[in-house]
Design a protein. Structure first.
Length: 156
């Protein structure tokens, strides 16, 4: 039998652990939805959008791993369980079935913009609390901004 150690952060650690945990949930959800879109995209720009979403999936996975490791480094247990993600995500799910490329790009533009705004707010929250955690989120924000640019270039 495994013994579980309960870690309940307090004070500043709780504040920046929550900022990181929320980001972890959003990135896991984006990775799952990007892969879902990758499998189900249809339309005249299928090939480039299919490849773009695969790249995004890899980026989300890299970022959420870094975020989870930072949560662990500050002494808190990250929670990326499917139920935690399902309950905690602010993102609306993709519709079932095939999705037209134009719709899918618009959908991702909205969702990546939403997550980027939320991560940007968290960067500000961490300014006076923990520079290392803030730096992790700045890197995620930089990547999300690049994704928004790439999505919008595809939508022209």
């Amino acid at each position: 039998m495994t013994q579980l150690l309960e870690t309940r952060p307090t004070g500043a650690i709780a504040e920046h652990a929550a900022a990181l945990q929320d980001t972890l949930i959003e990135l896991i959800d984006l990775s799952l939805q990007a892969k879902q879109g990758h499998w189900n995209v249809v339309g005249p720009t299928f090939g480039p959008v299919h490849a773009l979403l695969d790249t995004f999936t890899d980026e989300y996975r890299d970022w959420y791993d870094t975020v989870a490791e930072r949560i662990t480094a500050i002494g808190v247990s990250p929670d990326g369980r499917s139920t935690t993600v399902a309950v905690g995500t602010p993102l609306v799910q993709l519709p079932e079935g095939q999705i037209e490329d134009r719709f899918l790009l618009a959908w991702f533009d909205e969702r990546v913009t939403l997550v980027a705004a939320r991560v940007g707010d968290r960067v500000g929250q961490l300014a006076d609390i923990d520079a290392a955690s803030q730096d992790v989120l700045i890197e995620v924000l930089r990547g999300l901004d690049k994704q928004r640019w790439m999505i919008r270039a595809h939508r022209v």
